[in-house]
Design a protein around this ligand. Structure first.
Ligand code: FAD
Length: 321
């Protein structure tokens, strides 16, 4: 029946799609709802036209590691599918999505029923089922998995699962202002700048990542302290301030950009980690996953989603035996 699912997953970032991919092997009816306009979550890529040419900026996660054996296997499959490649400039174990950071999430979503632009507003019990009110529609599911940043999970779960909501509310994420800049000429800098102390924590020549082409593009991230200082300023003002910070930090001569924009990530990276692993309440048929339940990285999000899927499958097996 339309609108009725075995499993409804809220959040189609790396964690939600990892859970969905693992569960899809069991022929259950699964739907993923995501408020974003397209695939990526915090592994986002922003496409813009510069001088008649399409250019893409990775303004969220910059690269990811693959250390866990199961994740390595998945990343090897992504590499074979042409949606991930090594980026040696960032380290021996650094990978990026190709041609943009969101390519891996897009690849995963292609085999699943994912609805973009659908924000879940409310979750509530309806007898033994879940009623998901999202994007003006109602979806009904036997099991609900929530894979959104902690602060958003705390709000979404407040009514339906106060214990999970309290756990989510105990996590604080650091914000990050990201600047996307393009230049008419290459800047005389190495591809990557990192700092643990200055206002700019990271800057990278986006156009030097594998699979990218076109204009000289840079992504600049402000560190948590600088991001908090600038948190409520208009993005155009922030872009100018952080570009000046970038030139000051790197020592490059200030150069006028041909494109300049900024994006504010309110919940970029969870600061606190209270115990590893996702949570699944078999009685409620409700689970939570996300980087904040494992480690604040792409790999942590993937592992968290996969662990939640395993918990759901184990519970299904136990209840039928
Ligand atoms: C600026 C920045 C830099 C980073 N750098 C790195 C890095 O270099 N290396 C690394 O490994 N990691 C990095 N990370 C962290 C990495 O991006 C995350 O750990 C990972 O992508 C989290 O995946 P997730 O699925 O848990 O969450 P998300 O990617 O946030 O996915 C959650 C999804 O839920 C959706 N959603 C939220 N609320 C709702 C709702 N109510 N209804 C429907 N959908 C909803 C969102 O649209 C989103 O798509 C960075 C993150 C940022 C922001």
């Amino acid at each position: 029946m339309d609108g009725h699912y075995d499993i409804g997953i809220i959040g189609g970032g790396m964690a939600g799609l990892s859970a969905a991919t693992a569960l899809a092997t069991t022929a259950q009816r699964i739907i993923v709802l995501d408020k974003g306009r397209g695939p990526g979550g915090r592994m986002a890529a922003r496409r813009v036209e510069i001088g008649g040419e399409q250019v893409s900026f990775d303004h969220g996660a910059q690269y990811f590691t693959a250390r866990d054996p199961a994740f390595r296997e998945t990343v090897a499959a992504w590499e074979a599918a042409g949606v991930a490649a090594r980026w040696p400039a960032a380290g021996d174990d650094a990978w990026v999505g190709t041609p943009g950071m969101n390519a891996c999430v897009k690849h995963m979503a292609a085999n699943l029923d994912v609805r973009w632009n659908v924000r879940t507003e409310r979750l509530c019990r309806d007898g033994a089922l879940w009623r998901i009110e999202a994007g003006g529609e109602v979806f009904v599911a036997g099991t609900v998995l929530v894979a959104v940043p902690a602060e958003q999970a705390a709000v979404l779960l407040a009514e339906a699962a106060p214990d999970f909501a309290a756990r989510a509310a105990s996590i604080a994420s650091a914000p990050c202002w990201a600047v996307m800049a393009a230049f008419a000429v290459p800047l005389p800098l190495a591809d990557i700048f990192r700092s643990d102390t200055g206002p700019v924590s990271w800057a990278a020549r986006n156009s030097a990542k594998p699979g990218r082409s076109g204009a000289e593009t840079w992504v600049i991230h402000a560190g948590p302290a600088r991001s908090r200082e600038l948190i409520d300023l208009p993005k155009d003002e922030v872009a100018g301030i952080l570009l000046a910070d970038f030139f000051a930090a790197t020592g490059a001569s200030p150069t006028a950009p041909v494109h300049l924009d900024a994006h504010r990530w309110l919940y970029a990276q969870p600061e606190a980690r209270k115990g590893k692993g996702p949570l699944f309440d078999a009685g409620l048929q409700l689970g939570i996953a996300g980087d904040w339940l494992h480690s604040p990285r792409v790999e942590g999000a993937w592992l968290s989603g996969r662990m939640l899927a395993q918990a759901v499958l184990q519970e299904r097996l136990a209840s039928t035996s």
